[in-house]
Design a protein around this ligand. Sequence first.
Ligand code: UDP
Ligand code: MG
Length: 138
Amino acid sequence: MQYTLAILKPDCVERKLTGKIIDFIESHDFEVFRLRKLQLTKKEAQAFYSMHKGRDFYEPLIEFMTSGPCLPIILKKDNAVDAFREVLGATDLNKAADGTIRKLYAETIRRNVVHGSDSDENAKKEIAFFFPTMNILV
Ligand code: UDP
Ligand code: MG
């Protein structure tokens, strides 16, 4: 079993898509292992996306991610990291495969509904970021 971190982003919450997305996730055989609802501070969003600091989309991304509540979720499944990236779809909805979350629900490259960890190493870091008591996983 592997764990990955998903975030139902502020656009997902604002558009009342959280139920649909969790249904999608569960119907693809992921277990919703832990879930929170919170609003990121600017500092937290900057830390979470620090790898993108300096990119042209960084500031608007921070603004978007702090604009309202989001739902960080630990997902559990065999090969969870790659399996979740696959059902999530490409960052840009125009490049996302049919049937993926972003193809189905994203509005723009920024407002793309859901985050997913891109490697096992990052999944562990991102899980620890939102669920610091989950040290059993790291
Ligand atoms: N993003 C954006 N414009 C871009 C690329 C990314 O607004 O040109 C946003 C988008 O919300 C994306 C997030 O920044 O999900 C993080 O980018 P990353 O390249 O890590 O994409 P992801 O791993 O989420 O597919
Ligand atoms: Mg990423």
